[in-house]
Design a protein around this ligand. Sequence first.
Ligand code: 4NP
Length: 159
Amino acid sequence: MKILIVCLGNICRSPLAQGVLQQKCDEAGLQVKVDSAGTAGYHQGEPPHPDSIKVAQENGISISHQRGRMFKTCDIQEYDKILAMDRSNYCAIKTSSGKSWDESKVSLFLNELNPGKNEEVPDPWYGTYDGYKDVYKLIDATCDRIVEKLKNELSLAQN
Ligand code: 4NP
């Protein structure tokens, strides 16, 4: 199982979500590889934003080794599940996927927590460290829910 989490710059929200979800999957013993990407290429090759690294670190998760990369057309085929942080990311994924677009694979990240509400993870890029702490809380709660669902999905697939 391969999951890709997508935001705009791939330095604030999605690297944090990658680190949190990977750690929770590993702790749950799930065979899941989590990755992240951005729909824009401004920060390709860069480490996550210092405040994302800091809030992850304060919660026992290391994300400083990650490097930003842009969403690629082939990602839609490479990954089993793609989670977009906001509606604009979702639309950009659709456009970049072209003929390979597969609606069944792509959803809004927060719909995993609050199904059908189409809520967005706010972009902390323009704000203070408090914004990163708020985003961490949303991501943490959502990843708990994702892991619960994956446990059910993967155990059903094994039986
Ligand atoms: P992210 O936040 O999409 O959560 O990584 C942003 C990072 C950088 C920029 C915008 C949003 N930027 O304009 O450079």
